[in-house]
Design a protein around this ligand. Structure first.
Ligand SMILES: Cc1ncc(COP(=O)(O)O)c(C=O)c1O
Length: 362
């Protein structure tokens, strides 16, 4: 199609974001959402707050609500930080958008270990920066070649994106490795994306109290089951709060989302159930699928499977025909054409996945 007005040249290299498929009536295991959905207490809180007039949708989101959410987050992460260390955005996506605007401009570089979440690269390119990719080790667990990453650092490097657990590979980076990276890259912000941390064994959030060039991203989309409401946050060093406020969109998190996130943090039982489900079902999927394929160890709410000698699209299609959507990872840079990612579902859903895959691997 002819473009009547020239768009920014920085868009030339940018791919459209490809979300996990949503097919009516299908079991959706393509976007790492919570199969239990949000806490019923969250729904009740939203409805009652609106009905009772506590939540007035005709006014802009209230600063006090945001303060309340930041207080809840502070007690949730139980770390010796203050409110200035917490910023909120429209999902991790929204927080990333702001952060990239702060750090990336023409002539600067971001280091991205791949395969990983594709938004990092898109945002860097949109902002005019240059992504530099470092291939994860495709041995047993897709770990980051730390020495290579560090040797790729230069004074032009402004951001380093580390998803831990990583999407789509499911593995975490160790604390020692992150410390080594942080200490070797003084002029770059090390962004640790902990979107899936609730399903892992530990968090790296305490590093924010020790170093000025690291920050942690978190979301309500996964363990809290609120992907549709778009709320996320970052734990940042205090000096970054002012640039963040300058750049972030005012009112980027709507008042229903703020109310829901507060209620979600208060329902510890629902969070526990959601995490337990994944920790219980993940080994079920892993053990059953490794009878047919290579399954990489995952600390997230999905499993990552190499289906070779089959191709990922063949397995994707076979599952799709049986009413199950998973993620064909061939669209992830550096992933090749034999990897799929399957969100951990309920036992019933997982059994269906295993049944279909048993059938096609024969
Ligand atoms: C590593 C990673 N970070 C961030 C996100 C997006 O999170 P949010 O829904 O909070 O924008 C995803 C979503 O799949 C993800 O995999």
């Amino acid at each position: 199609m002819q473009v009547p007005v020239p768009v920014s040249p920085s868009l030339e290299e940018v791919e459209e974001y490809k979300p996990g498929k949503l097919v009516k009536g299908a079991i959706k295991l393509s976007s790492n959402e919570n199969p239990l959905g949000p806490s019923p207490k969250v729904i009740r809180e939203i409805v009652e707050s609106i009905e009772e007039g506590k939540l007035n949708l005709s006014v802009y989101p209230w600063g006090r609500k945001e303060e309340e959410l930041r207080d809840e987050i502070l007690s949730y992460i139980s770390l010796g930080v203050v409110k200035e260390n917490i910023v909120i955005g429209a999902g991790v996506d929204g927080v990333l958008d702001t952060l990239v605007k702060i750090f990336i401009a023409d002539d600067v570089v971001a280091l991205i270990p791949i395969p990983t979440f594709s938004l990092y690269e898109s945002l860097v390119k949109i902002a005019g920066g240059t992504p530099r990719y470092i291939k994860r080790k495709r041995g047993k667990d897709f770990s980051i070649p730390v020495k290579e990453l560090i040797s790729s650092y230069s004074e032009r490097t402004r951001m380093i994106f580390i998803s831990s657990p990583n999407n789509p590979t499911g593995n975490c980076i160790s604390e020692d490795e992150v410390r080594e990276i942080i200490e070797s890259v003084p002029a770059a912000m090390v962004v640790i994306d902990e979107a899936y941390v609730e399903f892992a064994d530990s968090s790296l959030v305490k590093l924010v109290t020790e170093y000025a060039n690291v920050l942690i991203l978190r979301t309500f989309s996964k363990a809290f089951g609120l992907a549709g409401l778009r709320v996320g946050y970052a734990v940042i060093p205090e000096w970054l709060a002012s640039p963040y406020k300058k750049v972030s969109m005012p009112f980027s998190v709507n008042s229903i989302a703020l109310t829901a996130a507060i209620a979600a943090l208060r329902d510890k039982e629902h969070l526990r159930r959601s995490v337990e489900l994944v920790k219980h079902e993940r080994p079920f999927l892993e053990e059953n699928l490794q009878r047919f394929f290579t399954v990489y160890p995952s600390k997230a709410n999905f499993v990552f499977v190499d289906v070779s000698p089959l191709k990922s699209y063949e397995v994707y299609d076979a599952l799709m025909k049986k009413g199950i959507t998973v993620r064909d990872c061939s669209s992830f840079r550096g992933a090749g054409d034999s990897l799929i990612r399957i969100t951990v579902g309920t036992r019933e859903q997982n059994e269906k996945v295993v049944d279909v895959l048993k059938g096609i691997s024969l």
